[in-house]
Design a protein around this ligand. Structure first.
Ligand code: CA2
Length: 144
């Protein structure tokens, strides 16, 4: 099973700033963590990070016919991007939304998730472990 893991803007800054909020682990640590989790679950994983909305949209479109599922932390685009929502809907792959922090316990504007309007599974507030939970959900069939 092939899974595309997408990470949105500023996640490449992990471990560099705001460790109290996002943890001490760097983006590279997150990539290693995801690869390890995928290996344990016998998943073939590709990981892509971009600060550009259009690049994330294109990556989602290109997943069609190539991947069996998507794990996405759209970061700030979670709360703004109808384009990412439309791309996820267009492609129609099983999708899990992940956030390092609990977006429901932060500022009001973070409670709205466009990604969550399509994603069949959401995991927030569990740090890196949330990615493993999303991968596991896909590995067992991606149903609610
Ligand atoms: O909790 C999450 O995973 C978020 O998707 C992270 C986004 C935020 O906009 C979402 O509301 C929730 C922000 C990612 C920025 O990451 C940084 C890491 C280090 C330093 C600064 C930003």
């Amino acid at each position: 099973m092939k899974v595309l893991v997408l990470n949105g803007p500023n996640l490449n800054m992990l471990g560099i700033r705001e460790p109290a909020l996002y943890g001490k682990g760097t983006y590279n640590d997150l990539v290693i963590f995801i690869r390890e989790a995928a290996k344990e679950l016998d998943l073939d994983v590709e990981i892509f990070q971009s600060n550009c909305e259009g690049e994330l949209v294109t990556a989602i479109q290109n997943a069609l016919g190539k991947f069996d599922g998507i794990v996405i932390n759209a970061a700030a685009y979670t709360h703004t991007s109808v384009a990412i929502l439309d791309a996820l809907k267009a492609v129609g792959l099983p999708t899990a939304e992940v956030h390092l922090t609990d977006i429901n316990k932060r500022e009001q504007f973070r409670r709205l998730s466009y990604v969550g309007m399509y994603a069949q599974k959401t995991v927030c507030g569990k740090g890196f472990d949330g990615y493993r939970e999303c991968l596991q959900w896909l590995a067992v069939g991606g149903s609610k």
